[in-house]
Design a protein around this ligand. Structure first.
Ligand SMILES: Nc1ncnc2c1ncn2[C@@H]1O[C@H](COP(=O)(O)OP(=O)(O)OP(=O)(O)O)[C@@H](O)[C@H]1O
Ligand SMILES: [Mg+2]
Length: 244
């Protein structure tokens, strides 16, 4: 029997607890009765085939779409009716699918824009260069002209510098070479070992399984399996991706 992370957090509030949410776009149901727990300090991977509802789950947490029912708790605080800026204020940082940057601004301007979120003690420009040195060499370049991997480094650097307590990352590896994916995952691993809670949506299943403490498998808007990486590597994960 796979361990259910919700049972590990009976005493301390979880970094994130989603209880039975449903989300529809117009009349189209995208999520049905989805429950998921990210224990404080844990890495949780949310996996599943295209259209399963992974991005919708992250959007519901950050307040970008409304759940029709259910609850979303961040460290025990209900957020399902809060607007995105109020969820962000609780330390929830979302790196969205695609490139979460401003393409017509320079790298430096993209970094300056998160100065408020970064706080007074850290300079976002030197902070980003410390995480991904290549960004330090590209400060005057328009972000939209960076390579795909550099754009994701910029998006992730902005997120990591914004003092996340819960960092949600949606398919950061999309379309990138394995070596770049490794750099991005190294930065995530470092942050996870420093205690930041992570919710990762990934298409690089092996990289996600290697980093995650717990894995949820979503298929057609429903959670079909949950457990530690070793438990879900076979079974539900395979059938969700291959369609059974
Ligand atoms: N803005 C929208 N309007 C209408 N339907 C949407 C919208 N966004 C998503 N959907 C639908 O909701 C379902 C779940 O989409 P979602 O983007 O959450 O899936 P996903 O698991 O992230 O997929 P992918 O792996 O392709 O990114 C899909 O059927 C999708 O077509
Ligand atoms: Mg998606």
């Amino acid at each position: 029997m796979s361990p259910d992370p919700s049972r590990l957090t009976a005493d301390a509030p979880a970094a994130l607890e989603i209880r039975g949410i449903s989300v529809s776009y117009g009349g189209m149901r995208a999520l049905s009765d989805v429950s998921l727990v990210v224990p404080e300090g844990a890495v949780v991977a949310l996996l599943g085939p295209n259209g399963a509802g992974k991005s919708t789950t992250l959007r519901a947490v950050s307040g970008l779409v409304r759940a029709d029912g259910g609850k979303i708790l961040v460290r025990g605080i209900p957020v399902e009716r809060r607007p995105p800026h109020a969820v962000a204020r609780l330390g929830v940082v979302h790196v969205p699918e695609g490139r979460g940057i401003f393409p017509s601004l320079t790298v430096q301007e993209n970094l300056e824009m998160c100065r408020y979120a970064v706080g007074r003690d850290v300079d976002p420009v030197s902070g980003a260069a410390a995480i991904f040195p290549v960004l330090g060499d590209r400060l005057r370049q328009l972000a939209g002209s960076l390579s795909g991997g550099e754009q994701q480094m910029l998006a992730l650097a902005r997120a990591l510098l914004s003092r996340p307590r819960l960092l949600m990352v949606d398919e950061i590896s999309m379309g990138l070479a394995p070596i770049i994916v490794q750099h991005l995952f190294d930065a995530l691993r470092q942050r996870a070992s420093a205690g930041t809670s992570l919710l990762l949506v990934e298409q690089y299943i092996d990289a996600a399984l290697e980093l995650a403490d717990y894995v949820y498998v979503l298929d057609k808007g429903r959670i079909v399996d949950v457990g530690e990486p070793g438990d879900v590597r076979q079974g539900a994960l395979v059938s969700a991706y291959l369609g059974s």
